[in-house]
Write a protein that binds this ligand. Structure first.
Ligand SMILES: [Fe+2]
Ligand SMILES: [Fe+2]
Length: 193
């Protein structure tokens, strides 16, 4: 890798509005906590976390086509809502900004929005941290504590998905097919590789 966390942090700080940058720092903090808890690399988790939303405001009608041309599968929900592709776009630019980076970094940022059964342990870390970092106001400290005290990354993701599913139900929203697949994978006892 040619650049490290410090350079990635600088890149993201310049690229994102303050609020989104602060969210990214919150994701870094929780990702570091989770990585230490599950004996993963803190450096890998921090680099993935700081970069996960770097392209949050760069998606447009051409993003799906760009992803497909670059060999990234685009899910139907992303086709309809290009903003959902910001993780894919970040994955696409990761090597150019910091590269070459390990493929697990790209897989993790690619799937942080909808989740994926193949997102790996680092994907699970950023998915959990993205939902539950301390700046998120949609859950209180008690709920946050409940999530991070669960025994495995799989249990945490499942718990978050249960919360999201009841929210979606309440709002009459449909869950993405790829998220349903992840949920079923976890319910059947699947583990992140
Ligand atoms: Fe995001
Ligand atoms: Fe995020």
């Amino acid at each position: 890798m040619s650049v490290g966390y410090i350079e990635l942090n600088r890149f993201v700080r310049e690229k994102l509005p303050e609020k989104r940058y602060n969210h990214s720092l919150g994701v870094v903090e929780m990702s570091i906590h989770l990585a230490s808890l599950f004996r993963l690399s803190v450096t890998d988790a921090a680099c993935i976390a700081i970069f996960h939303d770097a392209y949050r405001y760069d998606c447009d009608e051409g993003t799906a086509e760009l992803c497909r041309k670059s060999g990234i599968e685009v899910f139907p929900e992303e086709e309809k809502e290009p903003m959902l592709l910001h993780g894919a776009l970040a994955a696409l630019h990761f090597d150019e900004v910091a590269g070459p980076v390990p493929s697990k970094w790209k897989i993790a940022v690619r799937h942080h929005t909808l989740g994926h059964k193949d997102m790996g342990k680092y994907g699970a870390v950023v998915y959990i941290a993205d939902y539950a970092e301390k700046g998120r106001k949609h859950l209180d400290d008690e709920e946050r504590g409940r999530i991070i005290s669960l025994p495995t990354l799989e249990a945490m993701v499942m718990h978050i998905m249960d919360m999201q599913r009841s929210y979606f139900k309440e709002k009459g929203m449909k869950e993405a097919e790829v998220s349903v697949e992840l949920y079923e994978f976890l319910k059947e006892g699947g583990c992140f590789a």
